[in-house]
Design a protein around this ligand. Sequence first.
Ligand code: BDR
Ligand code: CA
Length: 307
Amino acid sequence: PRTTLIDCDPGTDDAIALWLALASPELDVRLVTVAGGNVGLAATTANARAIIGLTGRAIPVVAGAERSLMAPFRSETAVHGEDGLGGVRLPEGPPLSPGIAADAIRGLLRAAPAASVTVIGLGPVTNLALAFATEPALVDRVAEVVLMSGAWSEGNITPAAEFNAWNDPEALAILLGLGCRLTMATLDLTAQAFVTPAVVAALAARPGGACWQATLAILRALPPSRRMGFRGFPLHDPCAVAWLLAPGLFGARDAQAEMDCSPGPGRGRTVIDRWQRLGRPPNLNLLETLDAPGFFDLLAARIAGLP
Ligand code: BDR
Ligand code: CA
């Protein structure tokens, strides 16, 4: 299995992504680091502890950035609820591990062989940017970075920007400049992981343990998206994990991305050159298409097998 660290801001879809990762033998999740994002850091860390606690696994959860590098973040309680889990109550998880996320990330990378660590980012990437900016040589320990972030078309938090990218554009610019393999599941990709009431009804036919029941409860709690015509909502973060489990479900292309870090209306936009118009070297493996039925089958088959 791939040695993996997950940086997240749970978050309803982060929770489902974490369960998908923990249910999958392809990934050996050694560390979960947490930032503020969907809700404040106190709630995202409590949620991460509870999500991992429900699986019965002992994986260190370390708290990190409360806000982005350059500006305060805006949370997304309209989507994720005040508690970040859409009101779905989980038993309290084990305590936080001591320390700060960026230190824990660097510690894991330092102890790892070259090109061996898979890094998954499911929120604003402040913790990851702090880790790499303070010890850039550690990038040679990375096998692949996979992010749910950005959009090549319109955004969801502003017309220009996707929520995670908008919440820390400078941090995302640092990651885009790392020079390692970086795969991105943007809003244009996650829109294809579209959860309608019919999808939830089909998933609910499968029996499963507490993690699967909580997954179904979260899917039932999420509000339909205006951007998607109120017919359902996109399940963002699990797409990034699914890429590592079943790349055959995706179509991808090399692309070049640059952040808009200006203070204006474009702030947080991931300006993605899909057609090599600028002739710059690619810095992105851009996920473009998703086999949605295959994705939902994978999600159900894996998470339903958890405790
Ligand atoms: C991203 O923002 C958050 O609301 C979700 O958890 C996801 O990571 C989608 O824009
Ligand atoms: Ca997230």
